[in-house]
Design a protein around this ligand. Sequence first.
Ligand code: NAP
Length: 444
Amino acid sequence: MNIEKIMQSLEVKHPGEKEYLQAVNEVLMTIEEVYNQHPEFEKAKIAERLVEPDRIFTFKVPWVDDRGEVQLNLGYRIQFNNAIGPYKGGLRFHPSVNISILKFLGFEQIFKNALTTLPMGGAKGGSDFNPKGKSDAEVMRFCQAYMIELWRYIGPETDVPAGDIGVGGREIGYLYGMYRKLARENTGVLTGKSLEFGGSLIRPEATGFGGLYFVNQMLETSGDSISGKTIAVSGFGNVAWGAITKATQMGAKVVTISGPDGYIYDENGISAEKIDYLLDLRATCNDIVSPYAEKFGAVFIPNRRPWEVKVDIALPCATQNELDEMDAKLLISNGLICVGEISNMGCTPEAIELFLENKIMYGPGKAVNAGGVATSGLEMTQNAMHISWTAAEVDAKLHQIMSEIHTQCVKYGREKDGYVNYMKGANVAGFLKVAKAMLAQGII
Ligand code: NAP
């Protein structure tokens, strides 16, 4: 495989798509060795075919705000690869959304979904719509307008979207309602639904829970565990909630949460009781920082990231490239032992390089956060079978899947000195499954 040639060609065809090019480069660099052991991959141009999405839908989304004014957003769905199953991947509603970000997320999703052991292809979608500051009625009208276009491209055996940043249970409900009306069927095409209409128990917490199961397994490979560790978490959304809840249950102490404007440091640890308080607060007001800091004696550090705090484990849970080289240096000098990326591509390439050089355990997003889409896969199975499993059943399956992903990463990522390069392991394991499926199915 000629990585330089592939990257140059992509840069010419897709100039400025930096997140997408970053994600492709990382995967190609780590699979090169294995790829070159299979001349049949090169002959079938597997790499060149894999790095381009099957198709991209771009559409306008006009909607009317509460003042009666017409608003216009852009909507997207990127169907990347369906060699091993229907396209599957979340929808992101955030003003930063563009083709590059969705292509990186869709590309990563191919390998993540392959790792879960479930039959799901890779996709991603979303809009530059910002749900923040919008009324409930505005969010509903936007979701309905978005689905009026999207519904033609998706289906339970074709493409199954889910949530991501800015798309939680409320948005999925509105999207699903419009899909059901337009398609005149009730097959559960979106995952992350409420329990009343086909959702799965554990799905809201699954990404964070799965992330902690994976991190604990990483620590266990060196005879350690999460119990007693101090953890920095970034973000303040769905994923951060699940991660904090499970970390606390497993006996660790989470000392930070963050938003785009700074972070909260709570040296006593963010306990289950405090999480309940925050959840109540978040439902009624936007500013949760000052009431939290006042009630629990925590501090808010404006315009800084939580990676300056001395911790054993760092868990990025907000967005891409949120932990850079400087942050990595600081964390390492403060005695960091493990990083679990629960956000997608949470660390910059320079930060990852430092972790690998210093033999810090580093779990990449596509492995660590795969519990979310895995549980979405379990939701699809329950919908298809018209049954619902108990929380304990879903949690046991999630645990089993995370354990299987960990095993695959170790199998393909273990180096001569015993250090496990989880990034390489996850990329190679995910790639091999998809490449073999593509090869078997011919040039299509
Ligand atoms: P979410 O509920 O919308 O929360 C996102 C969090 O990140 C919020 O605290 C948000 O702060 C913060 N954030 C968003 N954009 C940011 C930016 N540009 N700079 C700094 N902070 C930012 O989303 P989520 O579902 O928890 O997703 C978080 C991460 O996990 C994403 O990388 C997502 O792709 C990944 N992930 C999610 C799932 C899932 O099941 N939801 C599965 C796998 C991976 P504000 O609200 O203040 O903006």
